[in-house]
Design a protein around this ligand. Structure first.
Ligand code: CUA
Length: 195
C-alpha cells in the first residue's frame, strides 16, 4: 500500500517499544534528573551566588547618582569617558546606556567594593572579560554585587544583550591597580585624550 495525503500510513507506532529504546529513554531521563539536581547543588556548593542586593530606582535618578559619583572621584578621562578612582570599600556606580558604559573604574586589587549596575534606556548585559561574570543590566532596577578584584590589569566590560545598532561597540573598562597610588604595570590611569 502506498501512502498519500488522503490514506493513513501504516500504524506501527503503538507496537511494544524495543528494549534498546527503553534503555536509552531511561538513561536520558536519569540524566535529566542529575542535571536538575545539579542546580540546587551548585547554588549551595558552587560559591557563585551573587549578593542579591537590589532595589527599584528611577533611571534618571540613577544617572544623577552616577554623575555625582563621577564628580566625587574623577581622576582623568579615557577616550572621552571619565575615569574614577573610588576609595576601597565604597559603593561604586556603573551606568549602561546606548552604547556605552559610564564611567571607567579604577579599582584597587584586594579591596572590596559594592558595584551597582543599572541602565538608562533598555536591557544591557554586563559581561566582564576575560572572566565568567555575567549580569543583566535592567532600567528601573539597581542591582548591586560585592566584588573584590583579585589581580591588577585592564579588563573589558562587554555588552552581551543585543541593544541595537551600536551593541557591538558597547565596551567599557575596569582598571585594577595594585595600590591606592594607582600604580600598575599594565595600565596607567589615563589622563590624556580629553575631548
Ligand atoms: Cu548594550 Cu548590547
Amino acid at each position: 500500500m502506498h501512502t498519500t495525503g488522503v490514506s493513513s500510513p501504516t500504524r506501527v507506532w503503538w507496537k511494544p517499544v524495543h528494549k534498546a529504546e527503553k534503555v536509552w529513554a531511561t538513561l536520558a531521563f536519569v540524566w535529566c534528573l542529575i542535571l536538575f539536581a545539579m542546580m540546587p547543588f551548585w547554588h549551595f556548593k558552587g560559591g557563585q551566588n551573587p549578593a542579591g542586593i537590589r532595589s527599584k530606582v528611577d533611571p534618571t535618578a540613577y544617572r544623577e547618582r552616577v554623575e555625582q559619583f563621577i564628580a566625587d572621584y574623577q581622576v582623568g578621562t579615557d577616550g572621552g569617558i571619565p575615569v574614577v578612582a573610588p576609595p576601597a570599600g565604597s559603593d561604586i556606580y556603573l551606568l549602561g546606556q546606548m552604547w556605552m558604559w559610564r564611567p571607567v573604574m579604577q579599582l584597587q586589587a584586594g579591596a572590596e567594593y559594592t558595584l551597582h549596575l543599572s541602565s538608562l534606556d533598555l536591557n544591557h548585559g554586563f559581561n566582564l572579560y576575560p572572566f565568567n561574570v555575567n549580569f543583566q543590566v535592567v532600567p528601573g532596577y539597581d542591582y548591586a554585587l560585592r566584588i573584590t578584584p583579585s589581580e591588577a590589569g585592564d579588563f573589558r566590560i562587554i555588552c552581551n544583550e543585543f541593544c541595537g545598532v551600536g551593541h557591538h561597540l558597547m565596551l567599557g573598562k575596569i582598571i585594577v591597580v595594585d595600590g591606592p597610588d594607582g600604580t600598575t604595570a599594565s595600565a596607567a590611569p589615563a589622563t590624556g585624550g580629553d575631548r
